[in-house]
Ligand binder design. Structure first.
Ligand code: UDP
Length: 248
């Protein structure tokens, strides 16, 4: 399945659901194609990509651009009348692991602090029996050691690589190394390893169900107000775009 790709403020995003995203990765694992990059798109990244040509290029080259949060979903529905659902990267990763476990596939874990990375390597096979951890490495690797790490990932025979370096570091890493990677899919997962290891808590269910995860984060970390002002700019830019489309 090739999902419909639309642009939000000049930044691409795919119209997919969680189930379609998992199927997409599962299909790529058994296909002869090269390595497929799965990258999350959210308002913060959209606004950054508009000013950062390298980030925009790396998004354009991704095989699957998931609508990571309610902002991207709202924008896509509002501007393009698109059929899609929230596909949070932090939920897609365990969903991919569940499918990989069913099919006896393996994953490589790259990123986060050493203790977090090691915990995730223990937790995932316990949570998804049958899942094989082909290898792991914390996210604090010197630039000159990268070629050896890419070799190690390839030698491990992993089917899927998860990269948890935060954004835009992980998008940059994926874009730089995808040509040399022999895994079938690579997903940038941000702070998800910290969530799995219990270092960072996601919002309670009620907030998630009401699409208010961003608001919960704001309550817990008021300092984020400065970071989240970008959400307001995003909403205003989307409304302006729609107005332009109507009058233009
Ligand atoms: N991280 C990493 N290597 C680095 C910088 C960050 O592995 O050089 C990891 C960090 O340990 C954390 C994740 O990337 O697990 C997300 O980092 P951060 O909170 O800085 O990113 P953000 O969530 O703000 O994108």
């Amino acid at each position: 399945m090739t999902p419909r790709r639309i642009e939000l403020l000049g930044v691409p995003v795919d119209c997919v659901t969680m189930a379609q995203s998992v199927d997409f990765v599962a299909d790529r694992i058994v296909s002869d194609g090269g390595c497929a990059a799965v990258v999350a798109v959210n308002p913060e990244k959209i606004m950054r990509a508009r000013k950062d040509p390298a980030l925009l290029q790396s998004l354009r080259r991704a095989a699957l651009l998931i609508p990571d949060g309610i902002g991207a979903v709202w924008g896509a529905r509002f501007l393009a009348d698109a059929a899609l659902d929230r596909v949070p990267g932090s939920e897609l990763m365990p969903a991919i692991c569940a499918r990989a476990a069913e099919n006896g596939r393996s994953v490589f874990l790259f990123g986060a602090q050493e203790d977090v990375n090691a915990m995730v390597a223990d937790i995932l096979p316990a949570r998804f029996p049958g899942l094989r951890i082909a290898g792991r490495r914390n996210g604090y690797v010197d630039a000159d050691a990268m070629p050896a790490l890419v070799d190690e990932i390839n030698q491990s025979g992993a089917d899927v690589l998860f990269v948890a370096l935060g954004s835009p570091r992980q998008e940059d890493w994926i874009d730089r190394h995808i040509g040399a990677l022999r895994v079938k899919a690579v997903q940038g997962v941000g702070g998800t390893f910290d969530v799995i290891a219990g270092r960072v808590r996601r919002a309670p269910d009620l907030f998630l169900r009401l699409n208010l995860e961003w608001f919960y984060r704001l309550l817990r970390e008021p300092k984020r107000v400065w970071r989240q002002r970008v959400l307001l700019f995003f909403v205003l830019a989307i409304i302006a775009e729609r107005f332009k489309a109507k009058t233009g």
